[in-house]
Design a protein around this ligand. Structure first.
Ligand SMILES: Nc1ncnc2c1ncn2[C@@H]1O[C@H](COP(=O)(O)OP(=O)(O)O)[C@@H](O)[C@H]1O
Ligand SMILES: [Mg+2]
Length: 308
């Protein structure tokens, strides 16, 4: 009998009490969580936090020292070849068949999984590399190589996809195209586990995120809940030419008033009242409001300088 027979068969991933050390470095220090099927799950945290180690254990590329891992109902270690066609892996350091063109590389990968050239071409199109089909892999730019690595993880249409900093080398346009693509893949019911340093990306793509610091999961929730949990005030920015700090100080609901560059900045927990009051004094057209984002959660949790 098959151990796992479809979508109803438990979570996509379950890790429990995971530990992994490299010599003195405790890279993963007692991690437990579950990723549901169809979920877009983010793993966030500073460099060296243990994200890649954690992902590679789930991928079956590394063994854990202790703890248990279940991926699509099976144990990825010792190596389980039946999992290979069901998962797609983009590692942080990708390898290619260097003497091949982009299309040939992808056709080779597709062939390994019993998929045809047509599917390889479709995947190339999906990551926006059709015009580079005939370019040698070695001659691709960093961002193009990264897209090819992602295509290599997707061409066999796996149920579960691991992406380790997929947008790291991409320019803003390529990054947005990739987000769009990942959103689409998600609507097909696939499960995605993704690490990133881009909080905006995580906030817009992930159903839930786990913040990792020094090998431990220090927070795990939906981006919205994590942001709400900060209970941070809203900042209202008005050009100082339209509203001076002195005027702002008298407004109902203003907790704090400061100037930043050419703006008067009101910090408030009653943004509706402040906007109503500001609206009575000046045009609201030039007024900006800033609420907390996942980046603020990152700063609060990791206590480190945010680096995109
Ligand atoms: N193969 C390895 N040998 C020794 N130490 C490693 C190895 N891989 C990672 N580390 C160490 O383990 C810690 C976690 O690394 P990693 O999992 O790559 O973190 P992240 O992906 O969050 O940057 C770091 O201190 C790193 O230096
Ligand atoms: Mg890493």
């Amino acid at each position: 009998m098959k151990e796992d027979s479809g979508p109803a068969a438990g979570p996509a991933i379950a890790v429990e009490g995971l530990h992994k050390s490299y010599g003195d470095v405790h890279a993963v220090n007692g991690v437990s969580f579950t990723v549901e099927r169809g979920e877009f799950f983010g793993v966030l945290g500073p460099n060296g936090a243990g994200k890649t180690t954690l992902i590679e254990i789930m991928e079956g590329l590394r063994s854990a020292d202790s703890g248990s891992v279940s991926v699509l109902g099976r144990s990825p270690w010792p190596r389980d070849t039946s999992l290979l066609p069901r998962i797609g892996v983009q590692t942080q350091a990708s390898a290619f068949f260097v003497r091949l063109t982009a299309a040939e590389h992808l056709e080779t990968v597709a062939a390994l999984y019993g998929r045809d050239r047509k599917r390889a071409r479709e995947t190339l199109e999906l990551v926006g590399l059709t015009d580079k089909a005939k370019t040698l892999v070695d001659d691709l730019s960093g961002g193009q190589k990264q897209r090819l690595a992602i295509a290599s993880a997707l061409t066999h249409e796996p149920e579960l996809i691991f992406l380790d900093e997929p947008t790291a080398a991409l320019d803003p346009q390529a990054r947005r195209n990739l987000w769009e693509m990942l959103r689409e893949i998600r609507t097909e019911g696939r499960t995605i586990v993704c690490t990133t340093h881009h909080m905006e990306e995580a906030e817009s793509l992930c159903d839930r995120v786990a913040f990792v610091r020094a090998g431990e999961v220090i927070a795990l929730d939906t981006p919205a809940s994590l942001v709400r949990g900060l209970n941070a005030p809203t900042r209202v920015l008005i050009p100082t030419a339209q509203l001076t700090p002195e005027q702002a100080k008298g407004l109902e609901g203003a907790d704090e008033v400061a100037t930043e560059g050419l703006s008067t900045v009101i910090t408030t927990r009653a943004v509706g009242r402040v906007l109503a009051a500001v609206g009575g004094l000046t045009e609201l057209q030039d007024v900006q409001t800033r609420t907390a984002t996942l980046e603020d959660v990152y700063l609060e949790l990791t206590g480190t300088e945010y680096q995109a």
